[in-house]
Design a protein around this ligand. Structure first.
Ligand SMILES: [Zn+2]
Length: 122
């Protein structure tokens, strides 16, 4: 018989298709909420979104996610694990958009995009 044995108790694999759908759904919800906020508040509110494909904040020109974006995302996706999931997706997209192939650079991008969503170390 092939595949992982039960000795050692391998963790069940995640279903990548399910995970993708889940991430897409979070992304859709965040976008819908951004749109609602924009409609309600007009141009007065800063959403700290990034320019499409650019990964730079359109409000303050900082590298995305800027502090404002982190604050907004924390409000909009209050469950830490979901926020992390969302940021992992953003990280993957940014690495692809910016054509990053160097593993060190990829790791640096991970720190920039995802590390702030991780559980504080004790
Ligand atoms: Zn910003």
């Amino acid at each position: 018989m092939s595949g992982p044995g039960i000795e050692g108790g391998p963790l069940p694999r995640r279903n990548p298709e399910l995970l993708d759908r889940y991430e897409t759904e979070i992304e859709r919800l965040v976008a819908a909420r951004d749109e609602r906020i924009r409609r309600l508040a007009g141009d007065d509110i800063k959403l700290h979104l990034h320019a499409p494909g650019g990964w730079v904040c359109i409000d303050d020109a900082d590298e995305w996610p800027c502090d404002g974006a982190k604050e907004r995302l924390t409000r909009q996706i209050p469950v830490r694990s979901e926020r992390q999931q969302y940021m992992v997706k953003c990280w993957r997209q940014a690495v692809s958009d910016l054509g990053i192939t160097d593993p060190d650079e990829e790791r640096a991008m991970y720190t920039r995009f995802v590390a702030w969503t991780e559980e504080p170390r004790r």
